[in-house]
Design a protein around this ligand. Structure first.
Ligand code: ACO
Length: 323
């Protein structure tokens, strides 16, 4: 049975770091409020002219180097972003060209903060269907470009960055002991479109717009939806919660992540937290956290990694990966 095995990871964060204290000079907020409500202390912000594709290319190149591969060895790019360089073409095609990938195909996926889980599911299914051998799955965002820097409800929450994962087709036994993606589960419910959206776009206002969020409602749904996504992963693979070695959650709010860890009876040492330093990087948050924990040696080959995310739409989902 064909499996998508994780070969290597990569990450990139822009150089400029903005602290909570710096933000408190811009809007009516405090370091204490932000830390207590979210767990965030700082975020990285892309330089002027630095685009989502620039971040994505750096993360992709790092992953390629770690795998000992060149761009030409990849035959699919699935790039999750809500902040593409342009309305079209897909940012993924720009990344394809810049890493020297001559064939195959490249596409963008739009599921906001759930984007990486969606991209991973799509790439995994292309591999399983025999339509790709080696896929580069990327989450890359420049959310700083779509923030209203005068809105304290949103501007304190987000940051910029990119993470990448290379998947390769391997034959496995079809058991939960195989290395690779064991399952993915995707969900959406457009009834909640207006709880978290950008008030601009080519077909509506012909402007870029800014993030608007009903934080309380998003929080409430996140807790319920993420639990359902995690339960689906566990039920479909027959594993038990005790077998999970690592939880790599979307980094939106420390309280949401702690709630999920508690539900799974996972101690904090088994959860990868980057929110304090990265804030919410939307589609980049899960691959950035994965890349950090793989690179620093916390996540070991053969270990079971549960990823989950929830974002605008609403969209939500989970993925189980035996690294
Ligand atoms: N500094 C100080 N006060 C603030 C700030 C701030 N930065 N932001 C809001 N407040 C105020 C509010 O105005 C409100 O004041 P009021 O009571 O006078 O009206 C008060 O703080 C409390 O606001 P709440 O909304 O109750 O705060 P809450 O505890 O819910 O935390 C937060 C807000 C952090 C946004 C939380 O609701 C949250 O994390 N929501 C989920 C976000 C999320 O998961 N997003 C994921 C998807 S993102 C994506 O897809 C792009």
């Amino acid at each position: 049975m064909r499996r998508s095995v994780g070969l290597a990871v990569g990450a990139y964060l822009p150089k400029t770091v903005v602290s909570n204290d710096e933000l408190s000079k811009r809007v009516d907020t405090t370091d204490e409020w932000i830390r207590q409500r979210t767990g965030i202390t700082q975020r990285h912000v892309a330089a002027e002219g630095e685009m989502t594709s620039d971040l994505a290319v750096k993360a992709a190149e790092q992953a390629l180097q770690a795998a000992g591969l060149r761009g030409a060895d990849i035959d699919a790019i699935v790039l999750a972003t809500a902040t593409p360089d342009h309305t079209f073409p897909a940012t993924a095609t720009r990344v394809q060209h810049r890493i020297g990938m001559k064939g195959g195909f490249a596409l963008d996926v739009q599921a906001v903060c759930s984007g990486f889980i969606y991209a991973l599911a799509i790439a995994d299914n292309f591999i399983k269907a025999g339509q790709a051998k080696r896929a580069l799955v990327i989450g890359a965002e420049t959310f700083s470009r779509i923030l209203d820097w005068n809105d304290r409800n949103t501007c304190v929450l987000f940051g910029d960055g990119a993470g990448a994962l290379i998947l390769e087709a391997h034959e496995g036994q079809g058991t939960s002991q195989d290395r690779g993606v064991l399952c993915t589960h995707l969900f959406s419910d457009g009834a909640h479109y207006e709880q978290l959206y950008v008030d601009g776009g080519p077909s509506s206002t012909q402007t870029t717009g800014s993030v608007r969020m009903n934080g309380k409602e998003v929080f409430r749904h996140a807790v319920v939806n993420l639990a359902a996504a995690v339960d689906a992963a566990i039920a479909s693979t027959g594993i038990t919660a005790e077998e999970i070695d690592w939880l790599v959650p979307h980094q939106a709010n420390r309280r949401i992540m702690d709630g999920m860890a508690h539900r799974l009876k996972l101690p904090p040492e088994k959860v990868v937290y980057t929110i304090e330093r990265h804030a919410n990087t939307s589609a980049a948050s899960v691959p950035l956290a994965l890349a950090e924990a793989v690179t620093d040696g916390r996540i070991q080959r053969g270990q079971l990694v549960l990823m989950e995310a929830m974002g605008g739409g609403f969209t939500w989902g989970s993925a189980l990966l035996r690294w």
